[in-house]
Ligand binder design. Structure first.
Ligand SMILES: [Zn+2]
Length: 99
């Protein structure tokens, strides 16, 4: 019996080779609530001033922390049961109860 397979990232169940799995790709990218145009600038000087202020703040943040704050990517596989659970409630919010 071939025991090569993968482990479900959510429940830890071993998934045999050849059994179905579902891939989860998650990326976190930094932005502002208004998008990249959220910086308020009426003149090119405003842009320069804000850009310099941003660069000064960036200089204070360690490189690895800065990279994680700007971009992170995750990939994993889950089993059928966990796929169903995640698809029904991706953000795992508590179900709202009727009043
Ligand atoms: Zn699972």
């Amino acid at each position: 019996m071939d025991t090569v397979g993968v482990t479900c990232a959510r429940c830890g169940r071993f998934i045999q080779r050849g059994d179905p799995v579902w891939h989860i790709h998650l990326t976190l990218t930094a932005d502002t609530a208004d998008g990249w145009h959220g910086y308020d600038a009426n003149t090119p000087e405003d842009v320069d001033t804000q850009l310099n202020a941003l660069l000064q703040r960036i200089d204070l943040i360690p490189q690895d922390m800065l990279e994680n704050q700007v971009f992170q990517a995750f990939h994993c596989v889950v089993c059928r049961t966990c796929r169903d659970i995640l698809a029904a409630n991706p953000w795992q919010r508590p179900w709202e109860q009727d009043a």
